[in-house]
Design a protein around this ligand. Structure first.
Ligand code: GDP
Ligand code: MG
Length: 180
């Protein structure tokens, strides 16, 4: 009988410090959330096994963990990434404004195989805060940005409430598999 081989997919998560990157990864892979998670769960990556259609895959999701200015993220981190997840906080305009820089930095340094499929996904996180009353980046604006970058898939998430996290990562896994 043939061995069931798992396909290993590398996913990297980029975005400003504090937007919830570590929290999203931990919520998805470990089903854990902490309001004081900074530095407490300091893994380089988390893994999650899943099945997409008939394919068994392992997502290896890498965290920048404290090196969150793009000048500090080295090419090694980007190398071989099958999907690049960009995260901003819908309550913080600066974290949205800097997405261009993260996006361009990945294109510059990331050496992805070119299948003509965009490796990017955008997550607008922390939609739970104040029931949305303190948000400063409208959904429309985020979608417009995604359209301008060649139709990047967009999800609004809350790592805290576990809202849309599984759906977002399923899309991430499919994108990674398509780029593998
Ligand atoms: P990172 O620097 O991007 O890895 O951000 P963290 O995951 O460390 O999160 C920064 C802070 O925001 C922490 O206090 C988290 O508990 C909090 N946080 C993360 N995601 C959410 C969310 O969806 N909603 C709320 N209310 N807080 C969140
Ligand atoms: Mg972090």
């Amino acid at each position: 009988m043939a061995l069931c081989r798992r396909t290993l997919l590398k996913v990297i998560v980029l975005g400003d410090s504090g937007v919830g990157k570590t929290s999203l990864m931990n919520q998805y892979a470990l089903k854990k959330f902490s309001l004081k998670c900074k530095g407490t769960i300091g893994a380089d990556f988390v893994t999650k096994d899943l099945q997409i259609d008939n394919k068994l895959v392992t997502l290896q999701i890498w965290d920048t963990e404290g090196k969150e200015t793009f000048q500090n993220v080295c090419a090694d981190f980007y190398r071989g990434a099958d999907c690049c997840v960009l995260v901003y906080d819908v309550n913080c305009f600066e974290s949205f404004d800097i997405l261009d820089s993260w996006h361009d930095d990945f294109l510059k340094k990331g050496n992805t195989s070119n299948h003509g499929i965009s490796p990017f996904i955008l997550l607008g996180n922390k939609v739970d805060i104040d029931g949305g009353k303190s948000r400063v980046v409208p959904e429309k604006k985020a979608k417009k940005w995604c359209a301008s970058k060649g139709n990047i898939p967009y999800f609004e998430t809350s790592a805290k409430e576990d809202f849309n996290v599984d759906d977002a990562f399923l899309c991430i896994a499919k994108t990674a598999l398509a780029n593998e």
